[in-house]
Design a protein around this ligand. Sequence first.
Ligand SMILES: NC(=O)c1ccc[n+]([C@@H]2O[C@H](COP(=O)([O-])OP(=O)(O)OC[C@H]3O[C@@H](n4cnc5c(N)ncnc54)[C@H](O)[C@@H]3O)[C@@H](O)[C@H]2O)c1
Length: 358
Amino acid sequence: MTAPLRQEPLRLGLCGCGWVIRHCYQPALAELSALFEVVAVFDPDPAALQRAAHAWPAARRCDSFEELLAAHPDAAVIASPNACHLDHATALLAAGISCLVEKPVVRDTADAALLQAAAQSGAALVSGVACRFRDDTRLWLDQVALLGPLTELDLVWSREHGVPSAPWHLRRADGWTGVFADLGYHLLDLAGAALRWRAERIDVAMVQRASQRRGAGASWYVEGSKVRAGSLAYDTDDRFGATLAVDGCRIGLRVAWIDSARGDLVRLEARGARGEAVLSGLFGFSDNRRERDQQVVLRLHGRDKIRTTFETGPELQLCAFATLLRHFHRCVRAGADEEAAALRFAAALGGALREAAA
Ligand SMILES: NC(=O)c1ccc[n+]([C@@H]2O[C@H](COP(=O)([O-])OP(=O)(O)OC[C@H]3O[C@@H](n4cnc5c(N)ncnc54)[C@H](O)[C@@H]3O)[C@@H](O)[C@H]2O)c1
């Protein structure tokens, strides 16, 4: 009997090599050298390109996006500013290069149609929504599946003060920037996972957007001389709220970069015919917690509640990037059907909310 051949790692390109690549993907990729080999890096900022070339000395250092395309990696992580995602992803997918696209991936169904057409090449498209791959979220989603048909989802991610300070985040860009595109995209994705990506009928009851146009930057996002944690001026939305119904499930969404309540909070509440599952604590890298514990609580009718606690701090978020990359690897090798459904769901809900907010 012959031993199975060890599969070669996927040859990976990086498009945009800023904060999220340095702080989240670089440590994850260091763990996953059997799955990925970084062969090409591109960033138009010479300092960012230099840092990436230093981190992956064997990778081709590309001075343009066209050079990255020409290097023809098997797969790419797109971590450029949000407004570039669609152009980068369509070009890479059309060339047969599988893409993990950082969120936000689509604004509406027109964006999704462009990506789906490009992916006819056979390349895989995976949404870069690390929060779905956190251990606490995965437990919450397992518990949500026990609740029967969902009747309510209330999803909140609120920061007391945490405007991401990269200059492109601060400028309005046709739906690509602002708190909904940033934190809201994660909540859309989690609503989709909770509803198993089904959205036959969407009724938007209310959308509220607001901006105080000046606020404190996210402290963990400060880096080098590029950004400051102090007061930032911006013209994007810093608060967004919506109420809608999807196939009979009422969904409340609320995200804020700036909030008058003290401390930062993530709270995911799901209710169904058989009980409720609630995740409470915080996601991401802020240590300004509103609630001390990170926990998931399941209450099924007629049974004791089951409370599971998790470590606080950024470790769960960092581990989620390694899990996301493993998922990407599987999708490239074996197909990405669930990801196509996730994309359709985000496009349908995102588009409905965008239309209602216009
Ligand atoms: N999933 C998460 O938890 C998470 C966290 C942070 C950021 N992100 C996402 O990652 C992406 C990057 O965010 P960031 O925080 O690293 O921002 P950043 O500004 O630090 O990095 C973006 C990089 O892209 C480069 N760039 C600019 N124009 C480009 C172009 N045309 N082509 C290629 N690169 C270009 C910039 O020079 C910069 O180095 C965003 O889409 C953001 O939403 C996700």
